[in-house]
Write a new protein. Structure first.
Lengths: 1013, 310
């Protein structure tokens, strides 16, 4: 077995010149943070994890983690695969390591508050400690101020921070104030301040001279793991279990000496825990490393790097600047952003322009027709702004390329509409754009005007019927169609080639609020994909297909390809960035946010007062411009694209992966984009499912989607064929998902059906399920086992898209961990494993509405009735393990008369049992082999491979074992350590046509590792 | 979630309240005893409960040694419970608020035992869990080693030591180390401990330290220094950090404890089983929850003071 890639927690991170060094398991990864390229992965330790890195100015790298320590040269870390020969072991945990002032020695702080002074060969020159009471440390740092001044700052488990002088071995302070264990301590470079954080979730700032507590900072909502002073000790950065990074200003004053004020919050990692942080002070870039394996770069000058990120004006400010007199009560009523600046209309019809170059305002014109309720729109690429009002007047203004001149203006009245309550615009062709106009009068038509981009004249006019309850809210065009979003989660599609054609109406795409955006995404073979966002927080990808019937009449049909909900708040729109990542925006209470939905991190946020404000987001040259009015001020917030890569590693789940499933490739897979690897999904304790893709060759993983439909930690996920996947969790949640991988840019996945529930008990978990398809059909039977000992069998009919209960009953009262359908000859057996270590077999042949073919053991649909039957008594029971069976896999022999069952248990045991159908069709269970200490802790997953000749197991002892099976006996073939902690899931796929290796193995736990065999 | 819903979800919690135990963990010790019967020994006289707060194991010890009489004479029986945290009193139990690593604590216990050694030492202590699996496992093992230091000084030859463990990557190293001090090491999992949790209990039977080794508690010696001379150590204290070497590892025998008829801590129960449904109204927890260190942070969050205003 060979490890080809690994994604998991990064416990520490460090800037050094142009590099970022990060600890991933026993490896250090080095990146160039300007380009984002990974320079090298170098293994430092045999199996311990890298918890800390220090780099000297001479290019020596001190690495420590658990009991391991290593001093190596940076040039070797940059080039070599492995430096494990330099690993040295201390007898105690090394909490911190640092170079001496002259960089000739290293100091190692152990978890028992002892410092070892060593040379670079880790020879101990002397050992220092305080003496007296000793308690274990969760944290501690060594601060080297000078050759004779080295402070040790130890955070104890009893809420105290002990500061002591290394060379005199004397205590300077025991800082008391925190409650609970101290999780990090740091000192300012100027030696004035000490900052600490503890289980109490506060940050405390102390005067290092007097030992006085200066300030307590509350803001984090969970434990804080790391702290660092920067910017000449005026600022503090903290990272936390709450997955945020926060910035604190240290404000000095005469009265209070210094106080902490929270100044920024970055939501940039997945649940939960950011472990590491560092700041590149000359660039003011921070890097954070999380349990999700992400390395996130944060621009600490996001609001001041260019100097024009935040500006705001009152009309008085504008009046003073450009000599315009505004009326009392006059206010900003509309605005549109362009690359040259902003065009604004006031409640008195004054149309103003703000230049992004000169930062000056000027009055363009006054149009009194627009004194009230003007609606402002624009075509950014053509520099055209469109104003409309409730009296059906339209005025359009086209600017020169740099915005300095008005090159065209046009106005007209729309006679067809008695009143007008909405006007939307969209680009259409190279030389024209579209306006849609809507009247509140239900009898009025819905108008669509095609306008020339050159002379702003009307080129064509369409009038369409309006469906009931139609209120247009967003607009997109595609070929000769317009797609109009409406309230009540509705999208209406009109054909511009035929005004009389019945509109195609798509209703209830999500629970139901206003559709906020429609964007064309991609098309293939006559189908087009659109992204539709809704204010209720859902985004949906729909496929619209055009088909021709016999009379050459064109039909539209649609299908939901993908649906998901944002974590919280209002969703106002979405688009794809140039890297193909889905970017969403909207509001969370008073906050506007811009969010990278593909990778799940916030790009920017602005406290703007909330969704009810007058606001608009426009794409500009190098980012986005948010405009809004708050407290009579017109605000311009520029959100520049980051000057550094947003991430160096995108990461994966922030909590344990409970199950992994690789999508089997369809034999007719014609999509070249996914043929060199596999689509797979992971189900996590963090309640989400991720859909990703890995390359067979490199093991590189790309994540596409994070599905949030489950509300509790996942139990299982499993592709049941190349299109359908099932996931299960508590609250009796079991979802049938449908995958679509025919499009080029990304796969899509959406819920096809939800399994009916029986109670409201939030603790009732669906622990496992198994599926057996009906022969030559997409119908299947599904068996589910529950934490209350229930076993159910369902019949899923594809045509009706319905789960029907076929059988139910209970084993006893104990929880059932696993279930499998095993078909032998013409009998269908169900095998379950309760927490008591038994294998229990039921024969359900007589109780399902199918017959089983005696030679193939296939389910044959004989259209039998579907009365719900009770679970029969077990036909066989056998205690294989002492306690819970955590994993169960089986292989049926070629004669279909017996099955080999592999079980892994909480008792560290690995069992191989045989299930045989004797001449009287009685199922007989026997233990073939049982290895009592097959692992040193719980065996969490196991699979039979090569037709049952081999097995692979994973266990919480972080060892992957392969086993040979000969004549029903197990023998250990290979064991490899994995750095994936809480190892809990496994899937294996056989690759065809790969010469070096023929199997890819995915291991999940806290992280994901890909192995080849 | 109301009180009764937690009762339903966790029958051991309910049962603990019914039987007046301070925590559900009482059943873990009871189920360990069902397997090993160490508390049913009529000759059991002196027992020590380390990291005892809130005191449910001490309650079990008290009931087993005194109320049920353990089939023997309660005469001369003594239970000492030690914790850094204060504990409310339990009948027949002497509680000490003290540090288990301190020699003074050892002296106090020995004095209470009239300078006789203990027959049984247990510890249900667990540290703060951070989510860094290697650190959490290490700190738990250090806690066990600290308990073991005191145990080495106080346990009679042939005595029993029981402690909570997390079965992770390095648990086999701990088994191996303890194997040098005891005749038999068993990893026991009571049914009241959830199958989905890494928690288990190490049951060390037959204390049998090397004959040439005299354990001595000293606040200035490390755990490693303490166990010098009983070949338990991974490392010798030297002036050089050693090269990496595969540590001695050994997998202890596994034993599930508690009868299969006892409640399953992984199961969901809809109705209270008749055996504990005798009192239909919800009972108040025997011991009100302790003040967590993050109590103030919780209050601030509840009152909306930790929302993002920046």
């Amino acid at each position: 077995m060979k490890n080809v890639s690994h994604y998991g927690p990064a416990l520490c991170v460090k800037f050094h010149n142009d590099y970022v060094l990060a600890g991933y398991g026993p490896f250090i990864h080095v990146y160039d943070y300007h380009s984002g390229t990974l320079i090298n992965k170098c293994r430092l330790f045999h199996c311990n994890k890298v918890h800390g890195i220090s780099v000297s100015t001479e290019g020596e790298v001190l690495t420590y983690g658990a009991r391991s320590v290593s001093v190596v040269k940076l040039e070797h870390v940059l080039k070599k695969d492995s430096l494990v020969h330099s690993e040295r072991m201390n007898s105690d945990w090394v909490t911190f390591g640092e170079f001496s002032f002259d960089r000739s020695q290293i100091y190692l702080l152990t978890c028992y508050n002892k410092v070892l002074i060593c040379d670079f060969d880790c020879e101990v020159l002397s050992s220092k400690s305080l003496g007296g009471e000793r308690s274990i440390l969760y944290s501690g740092i060594i601060k080297v101020f000078g050759p004779d001044k080295v402070y040790i700052n130890a955070g104890t488990v009893m809420g105290g921070v002990i500061v002591w002088d290394l060379f005199s071995e004397t205590q300077i302070h025991n800082l008391l104030g925190h409650e609970g264990s101290i999780f990090y301590v740091n000192l300012s470079n100027n030696g004035r301040f000490l900052a600490s954080c503890s289980d109490d979730r506060s940050i405390r700032l102390w005067d290092l001279h007097t030992g006085k507590e200066l300030s307590v900072g509350w803001s984090h909502t969970a434990r804080i793991w790391n702290l660092k002073f920067f910017d000449n000790d005026t600022t503090l950065i903290s990272v936390s279990e709450d997955s945020t990074c926060r910035i604190w200003n240290i404000v000095e004053s005469r009265e209070k000496i210094a106080e902490l004020f929270i100044s920024n919050v970055y939501e940039v990692h997945l649940t939960k825990s950011i472990w590491g942080v560092d700041v590149k002070e000359d660039d003011m870039i921070a890097v954070t490393s999380g349990n999700d394996g992400r390395l996130k770069l944060i621009d600490l000058l996001q609001l001041e790097r260019n100097g024009d990120e935040e500006t705001s004006f009152t009309l008085d400010d504008i009046s003073q600047q450009c000599d315009i007199v505004f009326e009392q009560n006059e206010s900003v009523k509309g605005f549109q952003g362009f690359s040259f600046g902003v065009v604004v209309i006031t409640s008195s019809g004054k149309i103003l322009q703000f230049s992004d170059v000169t930062k000056q305002w000027k009055l363009l014109l006054i149009d009194e027709k627009f004194v009230s309720y003007p609606i402002t729109n624009g075509i950014q690429t053509q520099n055209i702004v469109v104003f409309s009002n409730s009296k059906s007047d339209i005025r359009m203004v086209k600017f020169s390329e740099k915005g300095s001149d008005i090159i065209q203006t046009e106005e007209f009245h729309v006679d067809e509409l008695s009143k007008m309550n909405n006007c939307l615009v969209t680009e259409y062709s190279d030389n024209s754009f579209l306006l849609t106009l809507q009247s509140p009068n239900p009898r009025d038509k819905f108008l669509c005007l095609e306008i020339s981009s050159q002379d702003l004249k009307i080129k064509a006019k369409h009038s369409f019927d309006k469906p009931e309850n139609f209120a247009s809210s967003c607009l997109a065009s595609f070929q000769n169609y317009i797609l109009v979003g409406s309230r009540f989660s509705t999208v209406v599609i009109y054909n511009l080639l035929d005004d009389n054609e019945e509109p195609f109406i798509i209703r209830r795409l999500s629970p139901g609020d206003t559709t906020t955006s429609i964007k064309f995404v991609e098309n293939k073979n006559g189908s087009a994909v659109f992204s539709v966002t809704n204010r209720d927080g859902y985004y949906v990808f729909i496929e619209v297909r055009k088909s021709h019937s016999e009379n050459l009449h064109c039909h539209l049909s649609y299908k939901v390809l993908h649906s998901n909900k944002m974590m919280k708040g209002y969703l106002e729109g979405a688009f794809f960035n140039p890297d193909g990542e889905y970017i969403t925006y909207g509001f969370k209470s008073s906050l506007f946010y811009l969010y990278n939905e593909t990778n799940c991190y916030e790009l920017a946020s602005e406290v703007c007062g909330g969704a009810h404000r007058l606001w608009k987001l426009c794409a500009v040259n190098n980012g986005h411009l948010l405009m809004y009015v708050k407290a009579s001020r017109f605000h311009l917030r520029k959100i520049y694209n980051s000057i550094v890569p947003e991430t160096l590693e995108k990461g994966i789940h922030g909590r344990e992966i409970r199950d992994i499933s690789i999508c089997p490739s369809a034999s007719d897979n014609t999509n070249n984009n996914f043929k060199n690897g596999h689509i797979f999904c992971t189900a996590s304790e963090d309640t989400t499912l991720k859909l990703g893709y890995f390359s067979n060759k490199t093991g590189e993983v790309k994540n596409f989607w994070t599905q949030r439909k489950h509300v509790s930690g996942l139990q299982r996920c499993q592709f049941i064929n190349n299109k359908l996947m099932i996931s299960s969790s508590a609250r009796e949640e079991l979802f049938l998902w449908e995958l679509n991988d025919k499009y080029n840019k990304r796969p899509y996945i959406t819920i096809r059906q939800i399994l009916p529930t029986s109670t409201n008990n939030p603790d009732l978990r669906i622990m496992d399920f198994d599926v057996k398809f009906v022969h030559q059909s997409n119908d299947f039977i599904l068996a589910t086992v529950y934490s209350d000992s229930t076993i159910k069998i369902w019949h899923y009919k594809e045509n009706e898209n319905k789960f029907e209960l076929v059988m139910q009953g209970r084993y006893k009262t104990c929880c059932l961990f696993n279930i499998a359908f095993i078909a032998l000859k013409d009998q269908l057996l169900v095998v379950v494993s309760p927490t008591n270590g038994y294998l229990v077999v039921y024969n359900v042949t007589e109780f399902i509405p199918f017959t089983i073919d005696a030679t193939s053991s296939d389910l044959v649909d004989t259209r039998l009735g579907t009365a719900i039957s009770n679970l029969p008594a077990p036909v066989s029971q056998l205690q294989v393990h002492q306690s819970g069976i955590k994993s169960l896999d089986y292989v049926v022999d070629s004669t279909r008369t017996s099955a080999a069952i592999l079980t892994g248990g909480d008792d560290n045991g690995l069992g191989l049992s045989s299930l045989v159908l004797d001449n009287t069709n009685t199922a007989v269970l026997k233990i073939s082999d049982f290895i009592t200490a097959a692992a040193s802790s719980t065996i969490t997953s196991g699979m039979l491979i090569n037709g049952g000749e081999e097995a692979i197991t994973t266990s919480v002892d972080q060892v992957i074992r392969t086993w040979k099976i000969t004549a029903g006996k197990l023998s250990l073939a290979e064991r490899e350590r994995t750095t994936v902690a809480d190892t809990g899931s496994l899937d294996v796929i056989t690759n065809h046509g790969d010469t070096d290796f023929d199997k890819t193995i995915l291991i999940g736990g806290v992280g994901l590792s890909i192995w080849k065999e | 979630m109301g009180k009764s819903s937690k009762d339903k979800r966790d029958l051991y919690y309910r049962k603990a309240k019914e039987q007046g135990y301070r925590a559900r963990s009482a059943f873990k010790l009871l189920q360990l005893n069902e397997q090993f019967h160490f508390l049913d020994d009529p000759n059991l006289k002196r027992v020590v409960d380390l990291c005892a707060a809130p005191g449910s194991w001490s309650q079990v010890l008290s009931r087993k040694l005194f109320d049920e009489g353990a089939g023997g004479d309660s005469e001369g029986r003594k239970i000492v419970a030690v914790d850094l945290q204060p504990m409310s009193p339990i009948s027949h139990v002497t509680t000490l608020q003290a540090d288990i690593t301190h020699p003074k604590t050892l002296a106090r216990i020995l004095k209470l035992f009239g300078n006789e050694k203990a027959d049984f030492v247990c510890s249900d202590g667990a540290p703060d869990v951070t989510g860094l699996h290697d650190l959490d496992e290490y700190v738990q093992q250090q806690l066990i080693m600290s308990a073991l230091q005191l145990t080495a000084c106080i346990l009679k030859k042939g005595g029993i030591f029981v402690a909570k463990i997390f079965r992770g990557r390095d648990i086999d190293m701990l088994y191996s180390q303890l194997g040098h001090l005891f005749d038999k090491i068993v990893c026991a999992k009571p049914r009241s401990s959830r199958g989905t949790s890494l928690e288990a209990f190490i049951v060390c039977l037959g204390y049998n330290p090397p004959s040439n080794w005299t354990p001595k508690l000293d606040v200035n010696t490390s755990v490693d220094e303490f166990f010098q001379g009983c070949s338990l150590n991974r490392l010798c204290i030297s002036d050089k950090l050693s090269h990496w070497d595969e540590e001695e590892r050994n997998i202890a025998e596994f034993m599930a404890c508690g009868s299969l008829e006892s409640f399953d801590s992984d199961a969901t129960y809809h109705d209270l089983p008749s055996s504990i449904a005798s009192n239909p109204s919800s009972l108040d927890p025997v011991q009100s929850p302790t003040n967590p260190p993050y109590k103030k942070a919780m209050e601030l969050k509840r009152s909306g003071k930790l929302t993002r205003s920046v």
